[in-house]
Write a protein that binds this ligand. Structure first.
Ligand code: FAD
Ligand code: UDP
Length: 379
């Protein structure tokens, strides 16, 4: 008998397991259908001894000191500022678009001021910026949109940027200076021993039991618990009764080469003709030294594990209907990127999990968990 059943051992589930065990002294069974903890942030050593991210590059960045301090209990850090190049017209150019991107793409020697005027002359007037296309064409114009964003976004999401909400491309700023960092956040680090090691420390408690390769749908009704935290896809929890929420997936090709370094930065984006969207070279993230190097190629797909909620108005509408169903299950807490259908970064999921814990503390004072009903299933 467990006080809590937590479905999913990614950030959402693991942060809550850690908080409940350490702050409430209650017992937790955390399950995951994969054969490891860490969710999409899982990393492992490959055959060449290189620490790779099985589900693509994960760079920790946040402006919230409280979130950085929270994780610092479980890891030390390696300072790392992420830089990305985009392969456009045969050149490797900084993305986000900055002064060097434009000067090198067009063989110019513009100043920041001149670049402002360059963009002003090209940007399109958009009455109301609504779509992922609008964001870019109203900032840098159509030609740069087509070179850097249209092809990448179509590959990544399987739909045209005009069909996606503006939040998707608004994640990538445009700059008129030479700052070539992908993120501007005040805290940018990689966990020194890797993400999986950090998750192991979070879950290292006699009150936390972990069951892997265990699907919630398969054990529903077999394991007794008092309260449930669910971090899987919300439509799946309700047996897709209102229809399927689209989640975009990725297929990864991991390769190791007998060469010390393959590309100048950790990630190179391919917005033009290749099938893949980006290539990651992991040694840049970890600072490891080796005569070999490991890469992953990302091929977006609709098949496979759900990775990304697809930000579109119609999907948001369907999610809201599931959210209304969820409101009828006050003993179940829906948390994380899949259960709340949010295109969240790791720090946002950690923030959401910590905020959920605060609510739990308010609604269920310590010692009252076992006054709830005993559940055997999602009854
Ligand atoms: P997940 O990590 O998806 O964990 C959910 C877990 O629940 C999974 O392990 C799943 O197997 C399990 N599960 C689901 N359903 C069931 C079930 N029925 N039974 C049992 N288990 C179940 N964020 C950043 O901040 N920086 C980055 O650089 C970054 N890069 C990313 C790159 C890629 C390719 C992707 C896909 C995401 C990236 N993210 C990044 C986002 C980051 O992965 C997420 O914000 C974070 O991992 C979400 O945590 P979560 O716990 O909500 O979900
Ligand atoms: N994007 C693009 N070209 C790029 C980088 C990003 O078109 O070179 C778009 C694309 O739609 C992508 C979105 O901007 O999905 C957000 O980019 P981000 O790097 O944040 O994606 P993530 O790391 O979450 O996959």
């Amino acid at each position: 008998m467990f006080d809590w059943l937590i479905v999913g051992a990614g950030f959402a589930g693991s942060v809550l397991a850690e908080r409940i065990a350490s702050q409430r002294g209650e017992t937790v069974l955390i399950i995951d259908r994969r054969n490891h903890i860490g969710g999409n942030a899982y990393d492992c050593y490959d055959e060449a001894g290189i620490l790779i991210h099985l589900y693509g590059p994960h760079i920790f960045h946040t402006n919230a000191r409280s979130i950085f301090d929270y994780l610092s209990q479980f890891t030390s850090w390696r300072p790392y500022e992420h830089r990305v190049l985009s392969s456009v017209d045969g050149k490797l150019l900084p993305i986000p678009i900055n002064l060097d991107t434009i000067n090198r793409l067009y063989d110019l020697d513009l100043s920041s001021e001149q670049l402002e005027a360059f963009f002003a002359a090209r940007r399109e007037k958009v009455e109301e910026v609504r779509s992922a296309e609008d964001v870019v064409v109203s900032t840098v114009g159509r030609e740069l949109y087509e070179k850097f964003f249209r092809g990448y976004t179509r590959k990544q999401w399987g739909v045209d940027p005009s069909q996606l909400s503006k939040a998707v491309t608004a994640r990538v700023p445009t700059r008129t200076d030479r700052d070539d960092r992908y993120f501007c956040d005040s805290f940018q680090f990689m966990p020194a021993g890797g993400y999986t090691r950090m998750f192991q420390r979070m879950l290292d408690s006699p009150r936390i039991n972990i069951m892997l390769q265990t699907d919630y749908r398969a054990i529903r009704g077999q394991i007794p618990y008092r309260r449930l935290i669910y971090t899987g896809p919300i439509d799946e929890f309700f047996d897709w009764k209102l229809g399927r929420l689209p989640y975009r997936s990725l297929s990864f090709r991991h390769v190791t080469l007998d060469t010390e370094l393959f590309q100048p930065v950790a990630v190179v984006n391919y917005p033009q003709c290749e099938d893949y969207t980006r290539i990651t070279e992991y040694k840049h993230l970890t600072g490891q030294r080796s005569a070999q190097t490991s890469l992953s190629y990302e091929y977006p797909t609709d098949m496979g594990d759900p990775y990304y909620p697809v930000p579109r108005t119609e999907n948001e509408t369907l999610y809201k209907q599931y959210e209304a169903l969820a409101a009828a299950f006050p003993e179940v807490w829906f948390v994380g990127r899949l259960a709340t259908y949010r295109y969240y970064n790791m720090d946002q999921v950690i923030g959401q999990a910590l905020a959920t814990f605060t609510k739990i503390q308010k609604l269920l004072p310590v010692g009252t968990t076992n006054q709830g009903r005993l559940y055997q299933a999602a009854e």
